[in-house]
Design a protein around this ligand. Structure first.
Ligand SMILES: NC(=O)C1=CN([C@@H]2O[C@H](COP(=O)(O)OP(=O)(O)OC[C@H]3O[C@@H](n4cnc5c(N)ncnc54)[C@H](OP(=O)(O)O)[C@@H]3O)[C@@H](O)[C@H]2O)C=CC1
Ligand SMILES: CC(C)(CO)C(=O)C(=O)O
Length: 343
């Protein structure tokens, strides 16, 4: 096990866009970290020349102890999971032998990963986390930090523990406005709502802002956001807003407030150097599967469990799957096709 300044190392599992930024900021502040990733040349770059954080927020290079899952040794008390949601299960298989008996896992991901992690290790060993800052893995040893944005951490049962305070201090190194919350599910459901809008922007080749702005497509965003907020209510969760996303506007179908919310999200995303969502990037740049099952698919399932119709989410799900499978191309026309369903 790698030790160093700053106490026992924090294990960051998945050292891409989000995990890489967290690790670089923690290590720069003197906190011992251990990065793990399956991309061998990225692991080599991080531990030799260092990880280069680029973009408008800050630029610096940080050498980081890094290993592949196969070469990692030791056991760790604090683990941050930052793989894509559809890799959570496999990553858990790989990391479990390295989780200390009194260890816990923080999910720095989009989706409902906390549920999956809690099933494996118990809710008492799972810490919830919501991240909305934007980042792209550009290549081995290179990450774009696109903009600063909301971050929240919370225990699943809403308690304010000492480990939560410890994690909050660490995440505050990256985002000084990071908050500790007694309603982490509210943030995670808020992000599910916002995430459904991001998936809709990824139907097109446009930037997040350009895809969300036109009045003609706003009924699509309104309906998607509304469906997700209704599901959150059925789950007994009070969603929390951030960076322009206003849960109340969508849940009450208040057109004026929805417009205001969309305007604010458009303005927020005009300021990021990461112009397109991670979903767009998976489809158009990385040419790989998106988190559609873990983000949109799971919502459709939750709708079925509660007997709540989710036609817009189902349509979005099918279209994203078709793009993944090469049956359709990203096009603004796909948003056009959703308009009659949502009007
Ligand atoms: N990027 C962003 O701006 C934001 C992302 N998020 C969320 O954060 C999470 C992480 O996303 P992001 O950082 O963008 O993703 P990245 O793809 O940039 O990083 C994930 C890294 O984990 C690697 N990986 C995959 N499987 C394993 C495994 N079993 N063990 C170890 N490493 C593995 C990936 O390799 P490979 O590429 O080969 O799969 C990749 O290098 C996602 O849930 C995303 O939705 C949330 C907010 C913003
Ligand atoms: C847009 C972003 C970066 C949040 O700001 C995101 O969550 C994604 O790309 O999936």
């Amino acid at each position: 096990m790698t030790t160093g300044v700053g106490g026992d190392p924090i294990l960051i599992w998945g050292a891409g866009a989000i995990g890489g930024i967290l690790g670089a900021y923690f290590a720069r502040a003197g906190q011992a970290v251990q990065m793990v990733d399956i991309v061998e040349d990225h692991v080599t770059a991080m531990s030799t020349d260092g990880l280069l954080i680029e973009g408008p927020v800050e630029e610096f290079r940080q050498v980081l102890p890094a290993a592949t899952p196969e070469t990692l040794t030791g056991s760790y008390r604090r683990v941050i999971l930052a793989v894509k949601a559809h890799h959570t299960e496999l990553a858990l298989d790989m990391l479990m032998p390295h989780l200390a008996e009194d260890g816990y896992i923080v999910s720095a991901q989009n989706g409902m990963n906390e549920r999956q992690i809690a099933l494996r290790v118990g809710a008492h060993r799972t810490v919830g986390c919501f991240v909305n800052f934007s980042a792209d893995w550009l290549g081995p040893g290179r990450i774009l930090y696109g903009n600063r944005a909301a971050v929240a951490l919370g225990e699943l049962d809403g308690s304010m523990s000492s480990r939560l305070q410890e994690m909050h201090s660490l995440f505050s190194l990256v985002e000084p406005k990071a908050v500790m919350t007694d309603n982490i599910w509210g943030y995670l459901w808020g992000k599910m709502g916002y995430g459904s809008l991001l998936f809709a922007t990824a139907l097109t080749p446009e930037s997040m802002s350009d895809a969300m702005d036109p009045a003609v497509h706003r009924p699509v965003y309104a309906m998607l956001g509304g469906e997700v907020m209704r599901l959150a209510a059925a789950e007994g969760v009070q969603p929390i807003g951030f960076n322009g996303f206003d849960p109340l506007a969508f849940s009450t179908v208040n057109t004026q407030q929805i417009d205001k919310s969309i305007d604010t999200m458009v303005a927020h995303n005009r300021k990021t150097a990461k112009t397109h969502s991670g979903i767009y990037r998976d489809l158009a740049v990385r040419k790989r599967k998106t988190e559609v099952d873990a983000q949109i698919g799971i919502l459709v399932e939750i709708g079925r469990l509660h007997g709540i119709a989710t036609p817009a989410l189902e349509c979005l799900y099918d279209m994203i799957r078709d793009i993944e499978n090469g049956k359709r191309e990203q096009s603004t026309e796909l948003l056009d096709r959703m308009v009659p369903l949502c009007s």
